[in-house]
Each structure stands twice: as C-alpha cells, then as structure tokens.
Design a protein around this ligand. Structure first.
Ligand SMILES: [Zn+2]
Ligand SMILES: [Zn+2]
Ligand SMILES: [Zn+2]
Length: 341
C-alpha cells in the first residue's frame, strides 16, 4: 500500500483521534510529524493483520470450493485495510432456513432415459419433458434462444454425469478474483479468464426463506439493502413462495455488484428433484467477457428509465424507492420503487 493510501485511510479512520491529538499538542511541525509516524507504524501492523486474515479467509473459501469441485478464488485488497466481511459465512450450497418449509410435493419430472451423453440430441430429455427446449449447446453454454427456466438432468436420469445438460450442478468452473475496489470502497468480483457468451459462472446461494420471513427481513434491512440481497424466487406464472437471502450466508456471487448494463444474467434452474416454487438462481455471461473484467448483475431488470423531474416527483410522492449509482452509461438511476402503496 503506498503512503497516499495510508494517509487517506488514516485520515478517515483516525480523524477524531487525529483532531484530538492535534488539539492537545502545540501546533508545531514536529508534533504533527510524530503523530504521522506513530500512525504509519500502526497502519503497518494493521496491514499485516489484515493480510493474514484475508489469507485465512481465502483458504477457508477454497477448501469449500475444492470439496464441491469448484475453481479457486483469489482475494486481493490493495486499496484499504478492510479484512474479511464480519458476520458473513461462506457456503457452497443454498439451504432452507426452516427445513420444514421444503415440501417437494409438486416435483418436476427430471428423469430422462437417454444413455451416456445422448441428452443433447434426444427429443425427450428433461427439458422437453418439462415443455422447454435444451438450454445448453455442445460446449455447455446457454443458447441465446432459450427462455424461461432451465431443466437440467438429475440423479434419476440414465445419462452420465458428464452429460452436457448438467452445468449448475457441477459447480463453478471459472476462476474468480474477489477484488477490493476503491470508488466506492467495496468488494467486487473479476473473472481471471476469458468467458464466452453463455458460460455458467456461478450459482447465487444463501438462505431460502418463505415470504413471511422474507417480509420480516425486508422490514429490518430496509429496501436499500434488500433490493440486491433479498431476491424473490419467481417461478413460471405462480406467485412466489420463497425468497433467497444472501446477507449472512452466501458464496462469491454475494460480492458481484449491480449494474444497469450487466455482463451476467440471472436464470432459474431446476437440477434435482425439487419443489417447483424453489428453483435455483444461476448466473450466465450475456456476452464474451475478457479476463480481468469486473462481473456485474442487474438485480432488478426493468426497462423504465428515470430523469431528474421523475426523480423529483418520486421524492414528493412519499413512495419508498432506491436510487442507483452504478457507473453504467445507461444507468436507470432508480433501482426499485415500492409499487404496493
Ligand atoms: Zn437426457
Ligand atoms: Zn442428461
Ligand atoms: Zn435428464
């Protein structure tokens, strides 16, 4: 970390102490110099502690990734002294907050008779049995014409584990970097390799809640946090029954930031015997993405665009809303508006 960053950081973190110290000492150059030196030393100690904590965090995450057959994650912070997020637990798979909620009564048929790797060419594989079309091409990439939920093969199918109709269930095969960004200071995610359009990047995991619990959490988080962290699982034309909360538990997807011009899209996936109302959330690239690019998601896809006068009107209306500050050229400026009132 260079000294400009140090001083900037210190002035933020220790401003009160600094003001206090400056007020009590005689305002001479040498006294101020001493304070800086002292702070410089404590910054170095903090930096060492931070590096150790980040390394431990990286190891913990990668142990879980390896156990699931997923690629490694690299953690990098060269901009501030932030360590691993406090209170956040890295998990490999989503789970139901109340397991009693999970009652797979209306299971979809994910059971094909295709042998070996025949699923791709078969006419009655899992997608067709669910009135859909094959979602993946021969390379396992999402085909552009595919719309709606994706029906992957399951353990009940006769095909092999390497059948192309299994992407989400095989886990993330893309090496990603958790990178601390500077404006604003936040964790972001970069791909470390080139991604072709349609590549499965990662699942979004977290706690699956019923909507009653989700409403409680929405009230306690407030809309600004909830808009990107509490995601309703909207399946077919049914009323959503569950939401996914990635506040306390999650995987690397948790650190992918919003953009109104994202390079990833969220898709619903069924990949096991399951409850229809609880599809999984998968992220696929919507374009070719060069290595070292930041990955972004549009958490609230919406064609609406807001200008200054509309924002003014919103402010007067008394409706809850969340402004967007993403750096996209075509930022919608408003991420979410409460339509219920
Ligand atoms: Zn099949
Ligand atoms: Zn298959
Ligand atoms: Zn199948």
């Amino acid at each position: 970390m260079n000294s400009t960053v140090n001083v900037k950081y210190l002035l933020q973190k220790y401003k009160s102490q600094f003001d206090e110290a400056q007020a009590t000492v005689v305002n001479t150059k040498s006294a101020r110099h001493d304070i800086y030196v002292e702070m410089e030393i404590s910054t170095q100690t903090l930096r060492e502690q931070q590096m150790r904590a980040l390394k431990r965090w990286q190891e913990e995450m990668n142990e879980k990734c390896a156990a699931k057959g997923e690629e490694a994650i690299l953690v990098t912070n060269n901009v501030d002294l932030e360590g691993p997020p406090v209170g956040f637990r890295f998990i490999s798979d989503r789970f139901f907050n109340d397991p009693a909620d999970y009652s797979p009564v209306d299971q979809n048929e994910l059971k094909c008779e295709c042998r070996g790797r025949a699923c791709r060419s078969s006419v009655d594989c899992c997608p067709q049995l669910n009135h859909s079309m094959p979602a993946y091409d021969v390379f396992g990439r999402l085909v552009p014409e595919h719309k709606g939920p994706i029906f992957e093969c399951s353990d009940l199918c006769k095909c092999s584990k390497t059948c192309v109709n299994r992407q989400l269930q095989n886990g993330r095969q893309v090496t990603l970097e958790l990178l601390r960004a500077q404006s604003p200071y936040q964790w972001t995610v970069r791909t470390l390799r080139d991604l072709k359009k349609g590549t499965f990047v990662t699942e979004i995991v977290g706690e699956v809640l019923d909507l009653h619990e989700a409403a409680h959490r929405l009230a306690s988080y407030g809309p600004k946090h909830a808009v990107t962290n509490l995601l309703e699982l909207r399946y077919s034309d049914g009323r959503p029954r569950y939401a996914l909360d990635k506040t306390l538990y999650g995987n690397i997807a948790n650190f992918i930031q919003h953009s109104c011009e994202p390079n990833l899209e969220m898709r619903l996936v069924y990949s096991e015997m399951h409850e229809e109302a609880a599809p999984r959330l998968a992220l696929f690239s919507v374009c070719d993405i060069p290595a070292h690019s930041l990955l972004t998601i549009d958490f609230r896809p919406d064609p609406a665009h807001y200008d200054d006068s509309e924002i003014k009107r919103l402010k007067k209306s008394g409706l809850d809303f969340v402004l967007c500050n993403c750096s996209a050229n075509r930022c919608r400026r408003v991420l979410w508006v409460d339509s219920k009132k």
